[in-house]
Design a protein around this ligand. Structure first.
Ligand code: PRP
Length: 215
């Protein structure tokens, strides 16, 4: 039997995904050691391998088949636009992609003005403003702490993830429009879906049942 390889987005999503997998008999003891510098973990019994990757790289590993299965946020899937199958909404890591800014920026949206939009997600922002709102904007790519942009005058608004809303509140910003809801998803390589259909389908079915029972 070939190894089935999983790519997990480093951090909270990976932890939650492994918790979920444990309930359906998929586990990896050597991954629980938080001090380890190892990059890849193996369960010989199950013929499975697991690795942690930067979230934005997970769709790349899955598209090229370096991983058969990936666990990653919908935000990253949308932004990366890779060729892969999104097979399951895991219902954790729930948050929203939003257009945010000071209340005073609302009028710029209403009037479809040529404003500046700062974001870590230029593809999502572009799709939203150009294809959905039919508003021409200037998109400025940032790599983090995006909430700074409207505060220091880099942009009128931002497109960013809102979870609890506390980052916005503490910085005098607010949600002006919702782009889409987000959560963790399971993605599968297109060739693996055919070659390893039985094993992958079983995992999808088991996880699906677990999520439904929990709801
Ligand atoms: C994310 C996001 C917001 C924040 C939202 O940032 O970009 O800044 O979390 O969460 P909240 O609504 O619960 O406050 P992250 O911490 O991932 O880091 P970043 O600032 O580097 O983007």
């Amino acid at each position: 039997m070939e190894y089935l390889t999983f790519a997990l987005a480093k951090g909270r999503l990976a932890k939650k995904a492994m918790e979920l997998f444990e309930n359906i008999g998929i586990h990896c003891e050597e991954m629980k050691d938080e001090k380890t510098r190892k990059l890849i973990f193996v369960n010989e019994e199950l013929k499975m391998k697991f690795f942690l990757a930067k979230a934005t790289d997970v769709p790349t590993y899955v598209e090229y088949g370096a991983a058969d299965v990936g666990i990653v946020g919908k935000d990253t899937i949308l932004e990366e636009g890779r060729r892969l199958y999104e097979v399951l909404d895991l219902k954790f890591g729930k948050c929203r992609m939003c257009v945010c800014g000071p209340e005073s920026a609302r009028v710029h949206l209403q009037n479809h003005e040529l404003i500046r939009v700062a974001t870590k997600y230029p593809a999502i922002a572009k799709d939203f403003f150009y294809n959905k709102k039919h508003q021409t904007v200037e998109i400025i790519k940032l790599n983090g702490s995006v909430e700074l942009a409207p505060i220091v005058g880099l942009s009128e608004v931002i497109v960013d993830i809102v979870e609890t809303g506390s980052t916005l509140r503490e910085n005098g910003l607010t949600v002006l429009e919702e782009v889409c809801p987000l959560s963790a998803r399971m993605v599968v390589n297109c060739v693996s879906m055919k070659m390893e259909n039985e094993r992958i389908t079983k995992i999808i079915q088991d996880v699906k049942k677990l999520i439904e029972d929990r709801a």
